[in-house]
Design a protein around this ligand. Sequence first.
Ligand code: SAH
Ligand code: F3S
Length: 486
Amino acid sequence: MQQDKLEEKVMDESRQGEALVIEGQLTGKKKLYIESYGCQMNFSDSEIVASILHKDGYETTRNMEEADLVLLNTCSIRDKAEQTVRNRLANFNTIKKENPDMKIGVLGCMAERVKSKLLDEEKLVDLVVGPDAYRDLPNLLEELDEGRKAVNVILSKEETYDNIAPVRLGGNGITAFISIMRGCDNMCTFCVVPFTRGRERSRDPQTILEEAIDLRDRGYKEITLLGQNVDSYLWYGGGLKKDFDKASDMAKATAVSFAGLLEKVAEAVPEMRIRFSTSNPQDMTDDVLHAIAKHDNICNYIHLPFQSGSTRVLELMNRGHTREQYLDLIQRVRRIIPDCGISHDIIAGFPTETEEDHEDTLSLMREVEFDFGYMFFYSERPNTFAARKLEDDIPLEVKKRRLQEIIKTQNECGQRRLQRFVGTDQIVLVEGTSKKSDDDLFGRNDQNSVVVFPREDYQPGDLVKVSVKSCTSATLLGEAKELIRR
Ligand code: SAH
Ligand code: F3S
C-alpha cells in the first residue's frame, strides 16, 4: 500500500531501527546494542547515550545476541511508531530467554510517555530512561545490578548535554547532526512532543561551534543543526525560552537568535555545508532567510511543515498561523532565496476536517509546488489537547483516502520541481554508493534533491559539479563534470 511505502521512505531516510555502532575502534569490557526509531533528534540522542556509556566501559556491537545491554531509543509521535517499539521489545525478550543476564532498556519519548508501565505492568524492560535523564544511565545501571528498579523520566529545565561530545554512530563520516536545542513550547494540539521532551531550552552557542569545528577537523563535510523548532532558538546565558523576558539587560543585549547562530556556524566552518531542521512557520523570521541568502555554505533548503491548508483547521491545531500567512512566508522565501528547496509535513484527517478543508490542503500544495514532503494521517495521542477536547471523528478510510490524494498531488508537484534541474549543472556532495548500483554514487544538491551519477574516480565526501541529464520521480540522474573540492 502507498501508506506503507511512504512509511518506508521516511524510515529509509532516517535509518530507522538499524543497530547503531561506533565508527573507528572504541573498546570496552561490556557490550551495548542500541537501536533508534523516530526523528533525527533520537539518532542524535543515541550518540550522546553511546558517549555516556562509553565512559562507563561499554563498546557498541551490531550483534544483539552478544550484548550485555540492549537499548531502544523510541518514538511516540504516532500510534504506529509505538506499536513498532512494542513488537521490537517482544523480539528482544525472546532473545533474552537464551541470555537472562542481558538487560533491556527503553529510552526516549515512549519511555517518557508510558513511564514505568513497560517495566511494572508489561514486564518488557529492565530500564526506563526519559530524554533528559541520559546522564543518569551509569547510576541506573548500577541500581539495576543491585536489584533495584531503574527508572528516571524526570524532565529537566536545563539539560542540553552541551558538554558531551557525541560518539558518531553508524553514519557515513560525511554528514552529521548537531543538536542545538531541546523540547518544544508550541503545544500544537495533535502533538505529543511537548509532553515527552519538555520545555524548550537552547544550547550554549560556543559548544555548538566547538562541535562543528571538531567535525570539520575529523573530515565531515556537512552538518544539520537540529531542534524541534529551530527558529525559536534563543541563547541568553542559559534558561528557558519562556523566561527570556525576566533576563537582565546585559543578557538580552548579548542574546543569540537562530539567525545569529546560523551565521556564526557558517563563518566558523566555511568549507562545510550547513542545513537545519525543523522550521515552523509561526516562528520563522526574515533574518533567518537573509542569513541563508548571505552565506553560500548555508544550503538553500527549508523544511517548513504546514499540516493543513485550512485556516479553520490550523486554528484548531494551535499552529499560530493562517493559510495566508503561510503563503506569504513562502513568497518571502522565494523572493529572498532564489530557487530554495522547500519541503513540508501534512496531517490528513485531523478532527472535524471537512472535504472543503482537505481541498484547501491540496490547493495549497499546488500553489506552493513543494519539492517533497512527509505525509501522515492523524493519529490521536493520549493527553494532547486534541485527544482531550476533540473527537477523532474522521473514519480511517476517509483519512487514508485523503492521504492518498495528498501523496498523489505531492508526487506530481515533486516531479515537476525536479524537472527544473534537468539540463543544469548541480553541485553535489557525494554521500555514498547508490543503492541500485555499485558503479554509481549518490549525493544531494544544495536544495536537498538526490543526485545519482557514474562513479568514475570520484569518492564519498567529494563536492562534484554534475551535469543533470534526466530525472526519475524522486531522483536526478547526471554525469560528473569536475571536482570542486575533495
Ligand atoms: N517540530 C518537530 C515535529 C515533530 S513531529 C520536528 O522536528 O519535525 C513530525 C511531524 O509528524 C509533524 O510535523 C506532523 O506532521 C506529524 N505528526 C505529529 N503528531 C502527529 C499525530 N498525532 N498524528 C499524525 N501526524 C503527526
Ligand atoms: Fe510538535 Fe508543534 Fe512542537 S508539531 S514538536 S508541538 S512545533
